[in-house]
Ligand binder design. Structure first.
Ligand code: NAD
Length: 484
């Protein structure tokens, strides 16, 4: 681990010394992450408090299936919640802080002292349309947020903002997203996250696997983000809670190291056969990765004219289900000093090759129900000094997946991008120290992410349970302040 503050943060003694001396050093909280493949009950032993709302039964069912103990905020909700949890033999109780909630309602009091720690708070705000209803968010969350465990979760489930909604309703929906971003900054100190799960009308059945993932330790570095679930892409396979990629074939470019290597490993762990693509000079590393996961290798420069056909030949008649365009480069210089070669190289690898390979695969090799996943970047959202070429290429992918999603939706194919923030890899190790430190600390979680964090998000978007997410760019950035 080369993050000194995070290393200090894992040492309880160091934490208490910094605390006792009142040193102005915010030690980042080490994040609880999951190792190994998806488990049947990732929330076993965890308590989750759920508010009442139209999606109560679906939320409770998803939590109980994941092994959680569900606490409702009102005794009147017990019958509905118990019926939803019954199939999974999970208990449902009334949360001790339901009294705290009513006293907060009456007097603004905060949380009751004797209620226990909880892993997550799930607020169903899908019916909120007025400022009075919005207040229920405060009433539910305020007395409980202090009880959130380290690496806990807050999820607010909402309807999409739309200019076709009434102005007041649209204001309330927009307010929820703003509130969640603020909560993310507050709970980030304890390594906890807060996200909004937006469910389009008619897409309710696609919500549970997404909620499950947001509550799982696999989403540890995703915070302050909206995830939108729609019925846009035609239905494909039904979601599986373990080995969701069994029998699937995946292609990962730039698989020799960093995020690509972690992604190849994560997809293989969930059952996919992975074809690892990287340049000939990285032959040894690529072969090592492929061998360890029972995958195969295509040594190719993604920009070479014959690469799409070589990939199609390697795939054979079975074709491919999941394509991860991960290969990427930087050639940083402020625009006035940037050589044409630096511009062309970055746009060539990061954008032109993605379009060319996808077009070739869409002509036949990419199967119905498939996935196209691109690696964008927070730099493409915020823009970085010295990265006009890189920011252009990474912003381009946001527009690319948006339009591609519409084109491939009838075939049940989804197209999404991940925008990583600061991730600890060879690419970021090359950044000057002070800028590197700023990249790590200027985020709700106060630390850089690991390649596995991005890999887990890609594996989730590749899974059948993410059928409702398409045309989206999901930031995996620890709540980075830039571009937010
Ligand atoms: P990395 O440099 O560690 O690995 C990139 C891999 O891509 C290397 O194995 C390299 O050989 C391969 N590659 C480069 N050009 C290629 C080409 N022409 N043909 C085939 N393979 C090629 O990078 P990383 O940090 O793991 O980043 C992976 C992706 O994530 C990139 O697209 C990057 O832009 C993006 N990203 C990374 C971060 C971060 O903080 N590390 C942040 C945002 C976005």
């Amino acid at each position: 681990m080369n993050d000194l503050l995070l290393a200090l943060g894992t040492n309880r003694r160091a934490r208490s010394v910094v605390g006792a001396l009142k040193l102005p050093i915010p030690l980042p909280e080490p994040l609880a992450r999951a190792a190994g493949p998806w488990e049947a009950r990732p929330l076993e032993g965890e308590s989750v408090v759920v508010s009442g709302g139209p999606l109560l039964a679906a939320i409770t069912g998803a939590l109980a299936e994941a092994g959680a103990t569900v606490l409702v905020d009102d005794a009147a909700l017990l019958a509905t919640a118990r019926a939803a949890a019954e199939a999974y033999a999970r208990p449902v109780r009334v949360d001790a802080d339901s009294r705290g909630a009513s006293s907060a309602n009456a007097s603004g009091l905060a949380s009751s002292a004797n209620a226990s720690r909880v892993h997550a708070l799930v607020l169903d705000a899908t019916a909120f349309e007025t400022v009075e209803q919005l207040r229920a968010a405060y009433v539910f969350l305020s007395p409980r947020v202090g009880r959130l465990a380290r690496s806990g979760r807050v999820v607010v489930i909402a309807r999409a903002c739309a200019s076709t909604a009434s102005p007041a309703t649209n204001a309330v929906r927009t307010a929820l997203a703003g509130m969640v971003r603020a909560i993310a900054k507050e709970v980030g100190r304890k390594g906890a996250t807060a996200n909004t799960l937006i469910v389009a009308e008619g897409a309710e059945a696609r919500m549970p696997p997404v909620l499950r993932w947001l509550l799982d330790r696999r989403s540890a570095f995703v915070t302050a983000q909206p995830l939108t679930v729609t019925a846009r892409a035609a239905a494909a396979r039904s979601p599986a809670v373990v080995r969701p990629l069994d029998g699937q074939v995946a292609l990962v470019t730039g698989a020799a190291r960093g995020i690509g290597k972690a992604t190849a490993q994560a997809l293989a762990a969930e059952g996919a056969r992975v074809i690892c693509v990287d340049r000939a000079e990285d032959s040894a590393e690529t072969s090592q990765v492929a061998q360890a996961i029972g995958g195969s290798v295509v040594l190719a420069d993604v920009t070479a004219a014959d690469t799409p056909q070589r990939i199609i030949d390697a795939l054979g008649p079975r074709g491919v289900d999941i394509v991860v365009h991960n290969a990427g480069i930087t050639r940083d210089k402020t625009l006035g000093r940037m050589s044409p070669e630096a511009w062309d190289a970055v746009l060539g690898v990061n954008l032109a090759a993605v379009i060319r390979i996808t077009d070739a695969l869409l002509a036949g090799a990419l199967r119905d129900g498939g996935r196209v996943l691109c690696l964008s970047s927070v730099s493409g959202i915020a823009g970085n000094v010295g990265q006009a070429n890189y920011s252009a290429s990474k912003a381009a992918l946001i527009g690319y997946v948006d339009a591609l999603a519409a084109q491939v939706a009838p075939r049940g194919i989804t197209a999404n991008a991940i925008a990583p923030g600061f991730i600890e890899t060879r690419m970021t190790a090359a950044i000057p120290l002070m800028i590197r430190e700023a990249g790590r600390r200027l985020a709700a979680l106060g630390q850089g992410g690991q390649p596995e964090d991005v890999a887990q998000a890609l594996a989730f978007l590749a899974s059948p349970g993410a059928q409702g997410i398409t045309g989206a760019t999901l930031r995996v950035c620890g709540g980075a302040l830039i571009g937010a």
